[in-house]
Write a protein that binds this ligand. Structure first.
Ligand code: NDP
Length: 266
């Protein structure tokens, strides 16, 4: 897909699913292997470095390793779900995904661990429990929201969400070849609270990672600033795409679920 703008094409990619042979898929490999595995390995090596330098591993370092480790384990456990995300279903493979996965992710997502090597923080019990609770709650919302949509789409709405049949809006769209397709947008469960409550859960988890570092320095908080920009931009980008895909049906959906991330606020 060439847009005519060389820099945009380079950044966002041209090929949708570049492959070598049958088994090596560039998008799947780069999104789901080097960076995300390195994230955990680098975090563990930071914990080992703390042990080497100070003879102990702080509770903040353990929290970072546990909370971020859960996120990475979840990725591998639910890999089939991951094939339905925007990265795989809609984005093309270019600099944005390649550099993001191989450079940005392993360097930036390990920021808290790196900070704690040079500025070890031993959190008081209340602070540590608060961070753990926020991180686990964020993870729960992230996982359940994604699970609800996955289940809803896989069963074509023939499932139960919170013990009830899901509510939804019937949508249609016309593909480039002129064929008309039908789809459904769920308006109950977490998807009835906000249009991207999965991002809200992700952001709660991201804030918990930052809070493990205490309040001495602003650097570890760069992560939550970045994630807020990334996910808000992603939300707007996705809604723009859905609006042109579903037209008036998208308007019905946004009227039924008026908020994007925070019910009653945004
Ligand atoms: P979503 O999983 O939210 O997928 C959005 C798509 O889902 C839309 O394009 C639309 O696709 C469909 N959809 C939207 N609303 C509904 C609805 N109400 N009912 C059914 N289907 C709907 O987005 P992402 O792929 O961006 O995110 C997946 C997860 O990955 C999120 O939890 C996010 O936080 C996380 N993530 C984490 C990142 C990180 O760096 N840590 C980076 C990016 C994502 P369709 O055209 O099929 O209708």
């Amino acid at each position: 897909k060439f847009t005519g703008n060389f820099f945009y094409d380079y950044m966002m990619g041209i090929e949708f699913n570049p492959r070598i042979g049958k088994w090596f898929d560039f998008k799947l490999f780069f999104n789901g292997r080097p960076g995300i595995v390195a994230w955990t390995l680098i975090n563990l090596s930071f914990a080992a470095k703390q042990q080497e330098l100070y003879g102990e591993v702080t509770n903040s370092m353990i929290l970072v390793n546990v909370l971020q480790g859960i996120y990475v384990l979840d990725f591998f456990w639910n890999e089939a779900w991951y094939l339905k995300t925007i990265d795989i279903c809609h984005d093309h493979f270019g600099w944005y995904l390649g550099w993001g996965d191989c450079v940005w992710l392993p360097y930036l997502y390990t920021l808290q661990g790196l900070y704690l090597v040079y500025h070890p923080v031993q959190l008081c019990t209340a602070h540590a429990i608060g961070v753990l609770m926020l991180g686990l709650l964020g993870y729960y919302i992230f996982r359940m929201t994604n699970h609800q949509k996955d289940l809803f789409r896989r069963t074509n709405g023939n499932c139960r969400i919170w013990g009830k049949k899901p509510e939804y809006i019937e949508c249609s769209y016309v593909a480039v070849d002129g064929t008309k397709y039908y789809s459904k947008l769920m308006t109950s469960g977490f998807w009835g609270w906000a249009r991207h409550f999965n991002y809200t859960g992700d952001l709660m988890g991201s804030l918990a990672y930052c809070l493990t570092c205490g309040f001495e320095h602003i650097l570890p908080y760069f992560y939550i600033v970045y994630m807020t920009i990334l996910l808000t931009h992603r939300c707007i980008r996705d809604e723009h795409r859905c609006s042109s895909k579903y037209g008036k049906d998208w308007k019905k959906y946004t009227a039924a679920v008026p908020y994007r991330l925070l019910p009653g606020i945004f």
